[in-house]
Design a protein around this ligand. Structure first.
Ligand code: B12
Length: 210
């Protein structure tokens, strides 16, 4: 009988070796890959999100948990047919043009992946044109934009404007974040949502997609 709680705890502790060991053990015991994900890995990461939001866990620990979770995911993923993968939706994520900060953006991506979203991580210094291309190619439900500079946050507006010009604005929810960004700014540029941290960002995506 698989011990899902022990697996969750190993994710929370950020212990990648332990997560891999317990995941492999569960696989060997014949536990369904989907159950390992839904009952072991994701609940662990959910606790991490809650603790991070409450200020009880910090960025380095969250990164370790996310890495541990991904270690487990790598073992189970090949066992699941693509169509069976629980996908909550697709998110195109990137840091806007002119901006090279990616630590927070990657954290947002990892949390969203941990919550079951497919994340297309476009990297840094991504132009509005590239975001639009990605929307055409991947047909995501959400476009998530990150900016850490007061000078580059304006590029978020460019992405929204270009989505409008291309007639794609109504197909996606646009989410913005990063240290200088606020709810007021999000409203001003016509974004659908703003979140102050990675855990809230994941909650927001879930609620936007209802
Ligand atoms: C690390 C860092 C760098 C690193 C980046 C490395 C990397 N790979 O990311 C390096 C050294 C490269 C760098 C360069 C520069 N930096 Co710098 N940098 C920082 C620093 C210290 C930390 C940023 C960080 O990673 N924080 C930790 C993460 C986890 O937090 P976060 O990014 O805020 O992300 C969280 C939330 O904002 C949110 N979030 C983030 N993205 C998104 C997206 C969505 C959709 C949502 C919903 C939420 C969300 O969730 C995240 C997790 O909870 C900040 C200071 C600070 N306190 O922010 C300065 C800071 C951002 N940098 C600054 C500056 C000025 C620069 C430079 C211009 C410096 C220079 N003169 O060359 C260059 C610019 C380069 C460029 N073109 O981008 C200034 C910006 C000032 C301003 N108001 O514009 C800051 C504020 C420092 C300061 N006080 O002066 N920097």
């Amino acid at each position: 009988m698989a011990n899902f709680e022990e697996l969750s705890n190993a994710v929370i502790a950020g212990n990648e070796a332990k997560v891999k060991e317990l995941t492999q053990k569960a696989i060997d015991e014949g536990v369904e890959a989907i159950d390992i994900i839904n009952e072991g890995l994701i609940p662990g990461m959910t606790v991490v999100g809650t603790r991070f939001k409450a200020g009880e866990m910090f960025v380095p620990e969250v990164l370790m948990s996310a890495r541990a979770m991904q270690g487990g995911m790598e073992l189970v993923k090949p066992l699941i047919a693509d169509t069976d993968m629980p996908s909550a939706g697709t998110v195109v994520l990137g840091t806007v043009k002119g901006d090279l900060h990616d630590i927070g953006k990657n954290l947002v991506g990892m949390m969203m992946e941990s919550a079951g979203f497919k994340v297309i991580n476009m990297g840094v210094d991504v132009s509005a044109e590239k975001f639009v291309e990605a929307v055409k190619e991947h047909k995501p439900q959400v476009v998530a934009l990150s900016a850490l500079l007061t000078t580059t946050m304006l590029a978020m507006k460019d992405v929204i404007e270009l989505l409008k010009e291309e007639g794609l604005r109504d197909d996606v929810k646009v989410l913005v974040g990063g240290a200088p960004v606020s709810q007021d700014f999000a409203d001003e540029i016509g974004a659908d949502g703003y979140a102050p941290d990675a855990a809230s960002a994941t909650d927001l995506v879930k609620s936007l997609l209802g």
